[in-house]
Write a new protein. Structure first.
Length: 208
C-alpha cells in the first residue's frame, strides 16, 4: 500500500448482494480503491454479514431476484434488524407500482455502467448529512422518477399508489420548507431536487 492510499479500514463499506458471480466481481472491480466491498451470493449470507458488521456497512446493493430470499425479503429483514445503511435495488426487473412500498433508496435497472453505479452510491452516502424528512423525500423522489421513466402518463394517472406518493412528496416539501433555521439547508436542497424533477417532466419516457 502506498503512503497516499487510504487504509482499507477507513474506507466506506459497500455490501453487494448478487447471485451472479460475474456481476459481483464486476461491481467489486469498479468500486475497488474507493470502497471496501463485501459480497454475498444470496440473502441469508447477506444477513449474516450485517449481523456482524451492521455498523460498518453504509450502502447495500441488492439484486431483486435471487434464489432463496428475494431482494425485497432481504431488505425487509435488514430493516427489521435496524440496519441503517442506504439500499439500492440493482435488478433486471422492470419497476411497477409495488416499488413505492419497498424500503429502498434507489432503483437501478440492469444493465448499468460503472459511472451510474458510482454516482448512485455517492448520492446515497451524501444523504446521511440530511434530516430524516429529507431522507424520505429523496427516497420517494427516486421512486417517482423510476416510475415516470417506465410508465405511461395514463398508467400514472390511474394509479392510487402513485397519487399517494405525490401527495406525500408535497407534504414533505412543505414540512422541510417550513422547518426552523436548523433545517434551512434541507429546504434549499429540496428546491434543487424539485427543479430537477420539473425538468425531467419535459422529457417523455422512452417506453410507454
Amino acid at each position: 500500500m502506498s503512503e497516499t492510499e487510504e487504509p482499507a479500514d477507513d474506507q466506506p463499506t459497500v455490501l453487494v448482494v448478487e447471485d451472479e458471480e460475474e456481476l459481483r466481481r464486476t461491481y467489486e472491480l469498479w468500486l475497488a480503491g474507493d470502497y471496501e466491498v463485501v459480497t454475498a451470493a444470496e440473502g441469508e449470507e447477506a444477513l449474516d454479514i450485517v449481523a456482524e458488521r451492521a455498523a460498518d456497512v453504509e450502502v447495500v446493493l441488492l439484486d431483486r431476484m435471487m434464489p432463496g430470499l428475494s431482494g425485497k425479503e432481504t431488505l425487509e429483514r435488514m430493516r427489521e434488524r435496524g440496519v441503517e445503511a442506504k439500499f439500492a435495488m440493482v435488478t433486471a426487473v422492470e419497476p411497477d407500482f409495488d416499488i413505492i412500498e419497498m424500503g429502498f433508496d434507489a432503483y437501478l435497472t440492469k444493465p448499468i455502467d460503472e459511472d451510474r453505479l458510482r454516482d448512485t452510491i455517492s448520492s446515497l452516502r451524501s444523504q446521511e448529512a440530511y434530516s430524516d424528512a429529507l431522507d424520505e423525500y429523496t427516497s420517494l423522489l427516486a421512486k417517482k422518477e423510476t416510475l415516470k421513466a417506465r410508465k405511461s402518463e395514463e398508467e400514472l394517472a390511474e394509479s392510487d399508489a402513485y397519487a399517494e406518493l405525490e401527495a406525500r412528496l408535497a407534504e414533505l416539501e412543505t414540512e422541510l420548507e417550513d422547518a426552523d433555521s436548523g433545517a434551512g439547508d434541507d429546504a434549499g436542497f429540496v428546491a434543487a431536487l424539485r427543479s430537477i424533477d420539473e425538468g425531467a417532466q419535459q422529457t417523455e419516457p422512452e417506453e410507454s
